[in-house]
Design a protein around this ligand. Structure first.
Ligand code: HAM
Length: 419
């Protein structure tokens, strides 16, 4: 019978790699704890309307990339393409904003986008994201960016570039959109069909169209940063000042518009020089209008999403070794029927003491048991047979050094090195 394969753009995390994800997630959690962010877990699917309203119905994500289906109750449901909209929905549903502000949250989630798969771009991918609600202070913008940088630093990453920009508030945007439309008017006929619909509704979206011919047309388009109002300029100056204060290097990239509609003022992207075309490891920014747009009181917000596959690819490209590959502490080799019963009890006893202990479950001979112990990377082995049981003693072998010592069978745990 033909074997069923995983869907294009999805992949399995096999046991030999799973610990790497644990390590990255553990590091993310530790950094978040140090910055005062708490974890939130949100559903994989939501009403489609949440993303249409939150992410924006003229974005590529909503127009082209969502996994949307009708459930048995006739509801339109979408697999989350990102985490911000769901987090805002949850924060509002549970009135978290009624508590002490700011509300600082993080999540580790899978996301789903029907994009063309390539290196660093998947249809199911993982994000580490953070969101802070309630503060319009420019210092929190810098704090959010510094959290991402600290996370990268703790993982030992190098060669990352932070690019920042301001895309202003709705008032700046109105002025800018007018100028952009004037610029694009002569090029209208050559825009892709999607961008033609964007021209009136949301011309800024044309700037990040993935169609290369649209990219060519907008090359000399007016720059949003030239149109931002005094207040937005002051805010941006404050962000830059705070980044300077923290010693975080950055470039101003006036080309950053971000692919989602909710952004206001500060936007940023962190790129890795170890990746190919999909080099943006982290993207985020301020979204001061989103909470209101999703039915809450006006509340500023800011956050980022960090692609964990791209992060891991960068770590691998930079040869960063990830600690924590789980290996059994001890393998118990058994010789004879009596020893098998004894071995079953020994491993059970060690496991109760929190020591990872493994025995043969295949009825193999001693040589094959040892070979298997070596293969699974057991730190120690013991061999028990009738003689050992009678004497109450056995030889404990440290596999790496090959050193052996005689130990008391009932006290194995006392002889094992910690860790
Ligand atoms: P985003 O820029 O759409 O922003 O995604 C954030 C990161 O997720 C990207 O920089 C990239 O590393 C990763 N990513 C996106 N799409 C894929 C894909 N198909 N395959 C692999 N990795 C991918 C957001 O999602 C916003 N919610 C971020 C945010 C949070 N802004 C404010 N708060």
């Amino acid at each position: 019978m033909e074997k069923i394969k995983a869907l294009k753009g999805t992949y399995d995390i096999l046991p030999e790699d799973a610990y790497k994800w644990d390590y990255i997630e553990k590091t993310a959690k530790e950094v978040c704890r140090d910055f005062g962010f708490d974890e939130i877990k949100i559903p994989v699917f939501e009403y489609t309307d949440l993303f249409a309203r939150g992410v924006g119905d003229t974005t590529d994500v909503v127009q082209k990339e969502m996994y949307t289906f009708t459930d048995k109750g006739g509801r339109s449901i979408t697999l989350r393409p990102e985490g911000t909209a769901g987090t805002v929905r949850s924060v509002l549903e549970h009135s978290l904003l009624a508590g002490a502000l700011p509300i600082k949250l993080f999540y580790l989630i899978t996301c789903y986008r029907n994009e063309k798969p390539q290196a660093g771009r998947y249809r199911e991918f993982r994000q580490f994201g953070i969101e802070a609600f309630g503060s319009s202070d420019f210092r929190i913008d810098a704090e959010i960016i510094s959290l991402a940088m600290e996370f990268f630093a703790r993982l030992g990453l190098k060669g990352l570039t932070l690019n920042i920009n301001s895309i202003g508030c709705p008032e700046c945007r109105a002025k800018y959109n007018k100028a952009l439309k004037e610029f694009l008017a002569q090029k209208y006929d050559n825009l892709c069909p999607t961008c033609k619909t964007r021209f009136d509704k949301n011309p800024m979206r044309i700037l990040d169209c993935k169609d290369p011919s649209c990219g060519e047309l907008v090359k000399d388009a007016p720059v949003l940063l030239d149109y931002i109002c005094d207040e937005c300029q002051e805010h941006f100056a404050g962000v830059k000042h705070t980044l300077d204060l923290l010693g975080i290097e950055y470039n101003i990239d006036t080309g950053i518009v971000r692919g989602l509609d909710y952004y206001t003022k500060t936007v940023f992207e962190i790129k890795s020089d170890s990746l190919g075309a999909q080099s943006t490891v982290c993207g985020g920014g301020r979204y001061d209008g989103l909470v209101e747009q999703l039915g809450g009181h006006p509340t500023p917000g800011i956050g980022f999403g960090l692609g964990l596959e791209r992060l891991l690819l960068t770590m691998q490209a930079q040869g960063i070794e990830i600690p924590g590959k789980p290996k059994p502490k001890i393998f118990v080799c058994e010789l004879g029927d009596k020893a098998v019963d004894y071995g079953v009890k020994i491993v059970a006893d060690l496991r109760k003491k929190g020591i990872s202990a493994v025995r043969d479950c295949m009825g193999r001979g001693l040589k094959a048991q040892m070979k298997y112990a070596d293969k699974i990377g057991a730190e120690y082995t013991i061999v028990i047979g009738d003689n050992e049981i009678e004497a109450g003693k056995c030889a404990l072998k440290h596999m790496e050094s090959g050193e052996s010592q005689e130990i008391i069978l009932n006290e194995i745990d006392k002889y094992l090195r910690k860790g």
